[in-house]
Design a protein around this ligand. Structure first.
Ligand code: HAM
Length: 411
């Protein structure tokens, strides 16, 4: 028997309904903040992703050559593509641009729970606003979106300049190693790296800064940081808005385009793969032939949010099953039409089942049975049976529509 490719998933209807419900909650929040949806291709020129990150990233991607010999990659994320699109299509549009997307990404990773080779991101990019209030807006939106899903999480906000300042005379490759160690709070590894560089004195200030919850103290340790005012303003806006976050100046972020504020969200109830959101301030446009526009954005790992929500994300829709006798069938078709027109999910027997078997099947799959026998076909009424309580009554079509519709909108 053929199986799906490693790291991919099939979604049955129950799961798709739960996913769509959460997706729509995210869409609704994005819309209320003025973020409008965009769509970019599933594959891009490989160069779009290697330009900033180098050839090393190829090992983590699905890369292929098309029949014309072009080197392409399935997108591992959407930000680079959105900025390419901004330069191609919207460079002259009034700023700032508030864009969002819900799309699948592909990464050649070792699959495990919460880590897939095909996964979905709900992301936003705010392009062309280089201010503290812009950075704060994006973080407030991130919190609003996660709140709307119902997931329990912790939001960590940091800024790259603190560690950067402490490491300003360290060569870039070693900076990267140290950043990764700080991000993981791997202090043993950090000490070994610093000893190897003959800079053991850096250990204390680096370790203090990544655990520091007091912004003032962090500035004292890190020394003169040109972005100080902007950072204080951004955090000030977040505090004023009541955003719940903790300071984490050790956040490094995996992708290399970030330049300022960075932030990450972590679900309370997930294991190793508990990061459900990542983002920050970045610059990419100049690499793709555009102006050096500042941007800020984030992406929510939609699949991880769904894993975290588990059963609580399941939705139960009201279903009306039309149950009829042969004499009632023509009338039943009209009744089904009326139910569907009223927005109610309505199903009819297609298997030639007898009246009793139809009712038995309805009990397994529906909330209400709408019974149309000879009597109902003649009178124009319907017999409505609540399949949960067993209660049954013969009423007008309008009354039945109102009753089933009311349960639908409550559910
Ligand atoms: P990222 O942190 O690489 O950032 O990915 C964002 C989120 O996608 C992660 O926090 C995680 O929840 C989810 N994710 C990543 N890899 C996987 C996977 N293999 N399986 C399931 N979920 C995964 C970005 O992609 C940036 N483009 C975010 C951004 C937007 N920065 C600025 N704008």
């Amino acid at each position: 028997m053929l199986q799906k490719p490693r790291g991919t998933r099939d979604f049955l209807p129950d799961e798709m309904e739960a996913r769509r419900a959460v997706e729509w909650r995210l869409r609704d929040v994005a819309r209320r903040w003025g973020y409008r949806e965009v769509c970019t291709p599933e594959f891009e020129d490989l160069e779009l992703f290697t330009m900033r990150s180098g050839e090393g990233i190829i090992g983590e991607m699905y890369v292929f050559e098309d029949k014309g010999g072009r080197k392409l990659a399935l997108r591992p994320e959407i930000t680079a593509a959105v900025i390419r699109m901004y330069i191609n299509e919207a460079k002259v549009a009034p700023k700032p641009l508030r864009w969002c997307y819900f799309a699948d990404c592909f990464r050649y990773e070792r699959p495990q729970k919460g880590r897939y080779r095909q996964f979905w991101q709900f992301g936003v990019e705010l392009i062309g606003a280089d201010t503290a209030i812009a950075d704060a807006e994006v973080i407030m939106l991130a919190a609003d979106m996660l709140n709307a899903t119902g997931v329990r999480y912790e939001l960590k906000v940091g800024h790259l300049s603190f560690v950067k300042n402490l490491l300003k005379d360290v060569e870039p490759a070693l900076q990267r190693t140290i950043r990764a160690q700080l991000d993981k709070k791997d202090f043993e590894g950090l000490k070994a790296t610093l000893d190897g560089m003959n800079r053991p004195e850096l250990a204390e200030s680096l370790m203090t800064i990544v655990s520091c919850q007091d912004l003032k103290k962090a500035f004292e340790i890190a020394g003169d940081i040109p972005e100080r005012e902007r950072i204080e303003q951004t955090m000030g806006y977040l505090d004023a808005a009541g955003v719940r976050y903790s300071l984490n100046l050790g956040i490094a972020r995996g992708l290399d385009y970030y330049t300022g504020i960075v932030f990450e969200g972590f679900a309370d109830n997930l294991g190793a793969e508990n990061q459900i959101l990542g983002g920050g301030v970045y610059r990419l446009a100049h690499l793709f032939g555009g102006d050096d526009v500042a941007s800020c954005g984030f992406a929510i790992g939609f699949d991880r949010v769904m894993v975290s929500l588990g059963e609580t994300a399941r939705t139960k829709e009201t279903v009306a099953a039309i149950v009829c006798t042969d004499e009632g069938r023509t009338r039943a078709l009209a009744v089904a039409r009326a139910f569907r027109d009223a927005g109610i999910r309505t199903e009819m027997d297609l298997m030639g089942r007898g009246f009793g078997a139809q009712l038995g099947h309805a009990a397994k799959s529906a909330t209400f049975a709408v019974i149309i026998g000879q009597r109902e076909a003649a009178s124009g009424e319907v017999t409505l049976k609540n399949l949960q309580s067993g209660e049954q009554k013969t009423i007008t079509l309008e009354a039945a529509l109102a009753e089933v519709g009311a349960v639908g909108s409550r559910g």
